[in-house]
Design a protein around this ligand. Structure first.
Ligand SMILES: *Cc1c(COP(=O)(O)O)cnc(C)c1O
Length: 359
């Protein structure tokens, strides 16, 4: 008999802590306000719920592996040929597909830091190396990011607006950056919060695609479309790029209910845009109230605000918890607070107004 040994795992797994689900904060009155994941505060529209209920009757069947109807609806909505669209299990799933297509040991992936928490996780799992370029005044430092590109760089993530700071880069700086990136390196413009942008100077990534075959625009149904629980993301890119990325699709990973709900949500665009407009108005109200209270809050074009609390981040997050308000703390750095319903936002503003230490 051989010695008993443990199953062998890739050493990269040792670098990741197991996922800890956040506990739900409860106020003394038993109320709970979840402002930690940038979700839509609204339940699905009646038309979308109806489509979901009907689709549930067919889940003994496999989904359409090509997601034909969903891809055609996305293509029609954004006025691009369907061959330029690829879908995945959330835009996190699409980001993993992109890395599956380009990453390998020795490859480098460049992104700003702090930015979206999924980037280091996905890059680590891919076997490639993360190259993190610090934000400058809470904004992507695109010059430093271009300087960080080496012959080994296969992909650069640009998160615009950036999660968790809400800050943006404008058209001219983004174009100048894209002009500097070598043609053999993909640039993935993560526009998860595009629908909340009101600054005209921030380009719609889709308008940058002509003449830029290494650009990929990443979008999601999880935020403005309110379908975070169903997991649908998509990319728009040149047909050769979209075609290569589709090869990495985990079969059937966009399920049939998600496909139907995505189509129904695109059909309900006007109602969803009205909800987004309400969130944008609340975002501006929340930021203005914080500024009036003496807080420093970077200008945000997303559905959240960022408070750089530094060493007080955990303490502030606990103070919010005590009032039933869950925020997203990044210990030692700051807290990200999603914009919810007016009632939820008021609950947060009450905590912020009574917190003794401003940043
Ligand atoms: C929330 C978010 C996403 C969306 O992820 P899904 O997998 O589509 O739910 C993507 N990118 C960023 C930067 C985000 O904040």
């Amino acid at each position: 008999m051989s010695e008993v040994t443990a199953p062998r795992f890739r050493s990269v797994l040792d670098r990741f802590a197991a996922y800890k689900p956040g506990k739900v904060a409860l106020s003394p009155e038993g109320r709970s306000f979840k402002l930690s994941s940038n979700e839509s505060p609204h339940e699905p529209l009646p038309s979308v719920q109806k489509a979901i209920t009907e689709a549930a009757r067919n889940i003994n069947r496999y989904p359409d592996n090509n997601a034909t109807a969903l891809i055609e609806a996305i293509a029609a909505e954004y006025r691009v040929p369907a061959e330029q669209v690829a879908v995945g299990c959330g835009s996190v799933g699409v980001a993993q597909m992109l890395l599956e297509a380009v990453a390998e040991p020795g490859a480098e992936i460049v992104y700003a830091w702090r930015s979206f928490e999924a980037y280091p996780l996905l890059v680590g799992l891919s076997g490639a190396t993360s190259v993190q370029v610090p934000l400058r005044d809470e904004v992507h430092d695109l010059d430093a990011m271009a300087d960080a590109i080496t012959p080994e760089t296969r992909l650069v993530f640009v998160c615009n607006p950036n999660n968790p700071t809400g800050t943006v880069v404008g058209r001219r700086e983004l174009e100048r950056f894209l002009d500097r990136v070598p043609a053999d390196c993909l640039v993935v413009l993560d526009e998860a919060y595009r629908e909340y942008v009101r600054d005209d100077n921030v380009p719609d990534g889709l308008t940058l695609l002509p003449g830029r075959p290494n650009l990929v625009v990443l979008r999601t149904f999880s935020k403005a479309y309110g379908l975070a629980g169903l997991r649908i993301g998509f990319l728009v890119a040149h047909p050769e790029v979209a075609g290569s990325i589709r090869k990495t699709y985990l079969p059937f990973s966009v399920n049939s209910i998600a496909q139907v709900a995505g189509v129904a949500s695109l059909e309900a665009g006007d109602e969803l845009r009205a909800r987004v407009a309400a969130t944008v108005a609340e975002r501006d109200r929340v930021r203005d109230a914080l500024l009036a209270d003496g807080w420093t809050v970077p200008h945000t074009e997303a559905n959240f605000v960022w408070l750089r609390l530094g060493d007080r981040t955990v303490e502030f997050s606990a103070a919010c918890d005590a009032h039933g308000v869950s925020v997203r703390p990044f210990p030692g750095e700051g807290a990200r607070v999603s914009i919810g319903s007016p009632e939820e936002n008021d609950a947060f503003l009450t905590v912020a107004a009574t917190y003794p230490h401003r940043t």
